[in-house]
Write a protein that binds this ligand. Sequence first.
Ligand SMILES: [Zn+2]
Length: 329
Amino acid sequence: MARKAPGKSHRKGLTFMEVADMFRDEDTARDWIASQRWPDGPHCPKCGSVNVQSGIKHRTMTHRCRDCMTGKSKTMFSIKTGTVMEGSNLKYRAWAVGIYLFTTNIKGVSSMRLHRELGISQKAAWFMLHRLRLAMEAETGPFAGPVEADETYVGGKRKNKSNAERKAATGRGAVDMEAVVGVKDRATNKVAARHVTRTDTPHVAGFVAEKTRIGAKAYTDDAAVYNALDPWFDHESVNHSASEYVRGDAHTNGIEALWSMFKRGQHGIYHKFSPKHLDRYVTEFAGRHNDREADTVDQMAGIVSGMQGKRLRYRELIADNGLSSGARS
Ligand SMILES: [Zn+2]
């Protein structure tokens, strides 16, 4: 059925034609999402009971739990209840195709494009994308290693400056840039990454230590902030400041591949990662990296199962979190 996806001969992609068949109407999309959420049949999001009546004729609540009450009546719920989709008026079809587009576009998908493809408002598309990022959030690590750790920087106005100024500004933690720290496990090819608000030892080396098993081999560049790893890990650094990038196994090329995709998404799709939401974009790119060997349908199923037990309300999304916000994309 599905033909092979580009680049990876062993994984199965999904053509747009197949997706159009899979989600040809609201019922097929809803049934697919339900089967991914509840592979063993529906259960009550409130009490966990499988003693559930399905197919209820109600505008939104299609299931009723026979074992628990909400107020004076049996608990009613839908496939969206207890997931990031809770409270969403968007059709299941929009969610299903949205998941497909989010999964298969390796540099990400903009809210503008989702707005056009799904026929929903850009605001609804922007909100959907942030909820899909939340669904992609998964705990990775601590890794057994060997690991590579590195940071990348986004934002700032560096490109508008003269060459001399840019050269002077290449130090870590330039004041107008946001830092992201990442760890890649060479054994499993999995990554963990996080937006950090400071580039000091607790934030940078602290994140690496959190994601790496004590005693593991850890490769970094020669930034002083990584010296704190020495007592706990088999730490080796490459001297980037002396233009040394690879010395045998001592390099950080693996984690830099994640940064390269992250930057391609930034420049090609999102244009700007606002500090306020940066960590969600980091989650998106780390998540896509970690799932990239899986077949497309399995990647999509992973998002549906990751939707459960999470919630992101619009007012929480737009609320002030102490970090500056930028243009939406
Ligand atoms: Zn119940």
